[in-house]
Design a protein around this ligand. Structure first.
Ligand code: SAM
Ligand code: SF4
Length: 459
């Protein structure tokens, strides 16, 4: 079988795609790079906003046409698969294999059954499953928990991914050991709400550390860089900031989604914290980690959001001075309380607010990034950049960076770089040795290739 997986959505989906891909490979599948070469195409879907759902519809339309003219098995997994909306789409587009986020290990049974197979149960064995490490990668994801116990009124995730289940720390450490053995140097711990790790259904699980202690535990494993996402302000504790400061491997990068700066909107979103509590956490982070890079998520145009509420979001942005933000227009999702009970705002109001927020974000990102100008950063380089003769990667603070190749740094690896230029979205730099002197460029690297010509924008 020749299989191809297309992944939409979050880092959790990337982890799940890797998990399913390793199952497929163990069943003898040959993974191929395009739909044209594949006889099994699997879409790993996202249901958080309407746009990724539209994208899935359009690709499934294309696949259904292909299936009419050649043997093709169509699969759909991930959040959309778990929803009635997704199941209707699956029927319409003749999907053969449908796996919800809790049934991923059914992939083998699904393919063996040779008939339409829908797996929609949340199965415990997934939490003990350790996928093989990714091949040749320096960076990996590690899921520490699945599901979510919160009920934010706009969010479909608790429906699609079920209640929170924390993985046992022994499984997490075993998986980490396997990643380390494969040469991984940076790991991102994943969960919808990592700060609630070890507190499933609000109760502390016996034998499970708190998230802060898990960071300390993972920090002692020998891994060089640890990141984590996503934190929820409701469950954030000062001890997490303390653990980050005490544990050298944990990067000074905190992604703490605020969603809105207005208490009225936060209440309607059922976020379970207010502006003051959020700012208290930011103060704790800044006290223990003065150089921390701060990222957030913001939804604009939530139902009932007034201009005054939006001004509260803009003023909160100024008060915190975020390094970066993922900004979303509110998307009404069938099955969520806000879809059922609240009136959506006009599209042009939401779009206009997003434009103003983007201006704010760019100003702050430019200012915050400029503070790194001239500094030496540890960079994890993944491989070739878009511009010839360059490598791309990211810093401990998650800033994308591009550097010219140099002698002793020809390919992927963990290096030191001086930041020579910054934009709101990117760093540019040069690789340096232990003495902070620039490493000589490769002899065949033309001077024009070393010059940073066209800044790449991260969208
Ligand atoms: N668990 C994380 C938290 O609570 O912050 C976030 C997980 S969610 C999958 C990722 C982001 O998608 C959220 O932080 C939110 O900003 C955004 N999001 C979720 N539902 C949305 C919706 N209906 N419309 C627009 N953005 C949405
Ligand atoms: Fe969705 Fe809220 Fe859970 Fe995050 S905490 S996944 S936004 S319900």
């Amino acid at each position: 079988m020749k299989a191809h997986i297309i992944t939409y959505g979050c880092q959790m989906n990337e982890y799940d795609s890797h998990l399913v891909q390793s199952q497929l490979v163990s069943l003898g599948a040959d993974m191929v790079d395009s739909i044209d070469e594949a006889d099994f195409v699997l879409l790993n879907t996202c249901a958080v906003r309407g746009k990724p759902v539209d994208k899935v519809r359009s690709v499934l339309g294309q696949l259904r046409k292909e299936k009419a003219v050649r043997p093709l098995v169509i699969g759909m997994m991930g959040c959309l698969a778990q929803l009635e909306e997704g199941q209707q789409i699956a029927r319409k587009f003749e999907v053969d294999v449908l796996l919800g986020p809790g049934s991923l290990l059914d992939i083998g049974a699904a393919l063996e059954s040779n008939q339409r197979f829908w797996g929609l149960h949340f199965k415990d064995e997934l939490h003990d499953h350790i996928p093989p490490p990714p091949v040749g990668k320096l960076q990996a994801h590690l899921t520490i928990m699945r599901g979510c116990d919160h009920h934010c009124t706009y969010c479909i995730v608790p429906t699609t991914r079920g209640p929170q289940v924390s993985r046992h720390p022994d499984q997490i450490l075993r998986e980490l050991e396997s990643l380390l053995g494969a040469g991984v140097r940076e790991v991102t711990l994943l969960g919808q709400n990592v700060n609630a790790y070890g507190f499933d259904a609000g109760a502390r699980l016996a034998g499970y550390p708190s998230f802060a202690d898990l960071l300390r535990l993972v920090g002692g494993s020998g891994i060089e860089r640890i990141k984590f996402t996503t934190s929820h302000p409701m469950n954030f504790t000062e001890d997490v900031a303390v653990a980050m400061a005490e544990t050298p491997a944990v990067c000074d990068f905190v992604h703490l989604p605020v969603q809105s700066g207005s208490d009225r909107v936060l209440r309607r979103m059922a976020r379970e914290y207010d502006r003051e509590k959020y700012l208290t956490h930011i103060g704790q982070i800044k006290t223990h980690l003065p150089d921390a890079v701060l990222a957030t998520d913001i939804i604009v145009g939530f139902p009932g959001e007034t201009e005054e509420d939006f001004q509260d979001t803009l003023s909160l942005y100024d008060e915190v001075g975020f390094d970066s933000a993922y900004m979303f227009i509110y998307s009404p999702r069938p099955g969520t309380p806000s879809y059922k009970h609240f009136q959506d705002l006009p599209r042009e109001v939401k779009t206009e607010r997003l434009q103003r927020l983007i201006v704010k974000q760019k100003e702050w990102s430019a200012r915050r990034n400029a503070r790194f100008q001239g500094s030496i950063q540890e960079v994890l380089l993944r491989g070739d950049a878009y511009s010839a003769g360059h490598l791309e990667g990211h810093t401990r603070g998650n800033h994308p960076i591009v550097v010219p190749r140099a002698i002793g740094a020809e390919g992927a690896g963990l290096y030191r770089a001086r930041v020579t230029a910054t934009t709101p979205h990117m760093f540019y730099g040069e690789l340096v040795g232990a003495d902070n002197q620039a490493l000589p460029l490769l002899p065949n690297l033309a001077p024009e290739a070393a010059a940073l010509s066209s800044p790449l924008m991260m969208v």
